[in-house]
Design a protein around this ligand. Structure first.
Ligand code: BES
Ligand code: ZN
Length: 611
């Protein structure tokens, strides 16, 4: 069912009127696990004589709705529809007179303790073990569980917020902070943002500066290692500005989240949220920060109009991320990074999406599928591969980057569909007659609507990948004794290469002699048993599972319970579910730790376990 003509995931009538500004007055209640207060929604109509407003909401307790007019406050009638899984309920507000122009609506409400965008942690669940902690994650369509709104990226608004919280905690939002009185934090976001970029955190946080416009925020225990791990932030921003244009958001801060943060990173404006699993000790996973910085243009300035065109956010962002990597570490690294992404895509199509091949299309149909269920690496990797293909096709960065920058400049502060990108590309390149034939040769239907791997794999530099492949072949094709004496073992790899080597190994249909002895030797050879690098541990754990080493179940569970990042825990649970001996143990563990997971993660894992 398509809920609205512009967004299959939103009840809003955003084709009739849109929110352009929001004011929040919130009280954070850790006892009740609720946010209560009021929101002012500033609307402007897009047509004459609007009679109703349809809003998105999810499990909100609405207390009152009124219009603020020059003649005073007018109570409004409203009703709320039945709750639909993933989508929440339609909140209808009836306007007493046909309305044209501006309109301000005030809603008093309270969130549900189980609001899907919020995670309430007890003191015990934090690093410091002393204070409660609250954080939000709104993307894709969870903002409706913390604010009644037009929860569609087609609509953008500026916002102001006043947040009342315990005086000994720090409150931060996806905005610039205006004061720091104990117990009251005020924020302002002067750039219009889509609802999914609303974000809040309240916790015992400290700050350490890491660049001219950047600080890292974390609990005290992690602040120094975080500042060290993310010391390249200012360099990433500088390169991103060379590629995309000036950075407009004022600040770029990083927040190191608790382990239950379900993603690697989230590009909340002014304050990127990152998982603590990036703290590997050697900056090897910091490209996630480059990715989130790139979203400051691709996604946060030029935004997908709905999540069917999610590749316009993520594919574009991975493309820019690759360019940042290329400018800082060289083109061989850029290409290796892209090839690594392609092996993740291969794995994803074969496993996660095996039963839903329609989700391997670049543009997906979300009429009957929630964005959480559709989420995969396809928009990331098929999308960025398409852009790289186009870049090569038109003659490389010197030809493509000027177009790319002009596209960003043209559509900044707006929300776009794939057709906007396509049309703009044609307008730009048609200028030169030599490009006509190149434009004709692009098979848009294949790229956008065909299932499976990208139709063309660009001609990447494979030098860094080759070493990974050699190591993978060695371990897959040889008995233990022959591995031990192989000269290949003297060829050293970086930790990113070791990650890719393990990915290559896991891709193998057959691994000779996959015994405990062999896996342990492999672990010792590459320092995997005790590594802090979560990407390495993730793949090492999967090797234990592949070898069906039930004795290693404690090790597997200790990784599963050390973080609740979906990229790691979901595939592991899925693999354990297919191993009869381990399945009951995995299910019991899930029930034990489920409360520490954010609801999107718990929901995903319950599907992976098929319970
Ligand atoms: N915006 C995404 C995270 C996201 C996507 C949250 C969809 C909710 C719904 C973020 O920018 C992202 O892509 N994070 C990646 C890291 C990246 C380097 C691929 C992640 O979380 O792994
Ligand atoms: Zn992203």
């Amino acid at each position: 069912m398509r809920l609205s003509p512009i967004d299959p995931c939103s009840y809003s009538n955003a084709h009739e009127l849109i929110i352009h500004h929001v004011e929040l007055d919130w009280k954070i209640d850790f006892e009740k696990s609720t946010i209560s207060g009021k929101v002012l929604l500033y609307f402007k109509t897009l047509k004459d004589d609007v009679e109703e407003i349809f809003l998105d909401s999810s499990e909100l307790n609405i207390l009152s709705v009124l219009a603020k007019t020059s003649a005073g406050e007018i109570p409004l009638n409203w009703d709320i529809g039945a709750h639909v899984e993933n989508l929440g309920s339609k909140l209808t507000v009836y306007l007493p007179t046909k309305t044209t122009g501006e309109l301000i609506v005030e809603i008093q409400y309270e969130t549900d303790p189980n609001a899907s965008a919020l995670q309430w942690l007890t003191a015990e669940q934090t690093c410091g073990k002393q204070y409660s902690y609250l954080f939000s994650q709104c993307q894709a369509i969870h903002a409706r569980s913390i604010i009644p709104c037009q929860d569609t990226p087609a609509v953008k608004f500026t916002y102001k917020a006043t947040v009342h919280h315990p005086p000994y905690l720090v409150g931060l939002m996806s905005a610039v902070k205006k004061n720091s009185d104990p117990g009251v934090s005020c924020f302002e976001q002067t750039i219009p943002i889509p609802s999914y970029l609303l974000a809040i955190v309240v916790g015992a946080l400290v700050e350490k500066p890491i660049g001219p416009i950047s600080s890292v925020w974390a609990e005290e225990e992690q602040i120094d290692e975080a500042a060290e791990e993310f010391s390249q932030t200012a360099d990433f921003i500088a390169k991103a500005e060379e590629i995309c244009g000036p950075y407009v958001w004022g600040r770029y801060d990083l927040l190191v989240m608790p382990p239950s943060f379900p993603f690697g990173g989230m590009e909340n404006p002014c304050l990127t949220f990152v998982t603590p699993t990036l703290l590997a000790g050697d900056k090897s996973l910091a490209t996630v920060v480059a990715h989130e910085i790139a979203h400051s243009w691709t996604g946060n300035l030029v935004t997908n109009r709905n999540f069917e065109h999610f590749w316009l956010n993520e594919g574009f962002t991975v493309f820019v991320e690759g360019k940042i990597v290329g400018r800082l570490f060289g083109s061989a690294s850029r290409d290796f990074h892209a090839l690594h992404g392609l092996s993740e895509l291969t794995d994803c199509i074969k496993t996660q999406l095996a039963n839903t091949p329609e989700l391997t299309k670049l543009i997906v149909d979300l009429s009957d599928c929630s964005p959480d269920d559709a989420f995969s690496t396809v928009p990331y990797m098929k999308g960025s591969t398409f852009l790289r293909y186009l870049e090569d096709h038109f003659g490389g960065p010197s030809k493509f980057e000027p177009f790319f920058r002009s596209y960003l400049d043209k559509f900044k502060y707006q929300s776009v569909l794939t057709t906007h990108f396509k049309k703009d590309l044609y307008e730009w390149f048609r200028g030169d007659p030599a490009n006509e034939v190149l434009l004709d040769r692009i098979d848009w239907d294949k790229w956008l609507f065909e299932q499976g791997m990208p139709p063309v794999i660009p001609n990447y530099n494979r030098s860094l990948l080759d070493t990974c492949k050699k190591h993978a072949d060695l371990w897959a094709e040889n008995e233990l004794e022959n591995v031990k004496s192989s000269p290949i073992l003297t060829e050293k790899m970086t930790s990113i290469q070791t990650i890719e080597f393990l990915a290559q190994l896991l891709e193998k249909k057959r691994i000779v002699d996959l015994t405990q002895e062999k896996i342990e030797l492999l672990g010792q050879t590459y320092g995997l048993q005790a590594t802090r690098n979560a990407e390495l541990r993730f793949r090492f754990v999967r090797l234990y599972i592949r070898g069906r080493l039930i004795d290693k179940m404690d090790y597997i569970l200790s990784f599963l319970n050390s973080n609740f990042r979906m990229k790691f825990v979901r595939p592991i649970y899925k693999e354990l579910a297919g191993w009869p001996e381990a399945r009951p143990i995995a299910i019991a563990n899930y029930y034990k730790v489920k409360d520490q997971m954010m609801s999107v993660c718990a929901y995903g894992v319950s599907k992976d376990l098929d319970i």
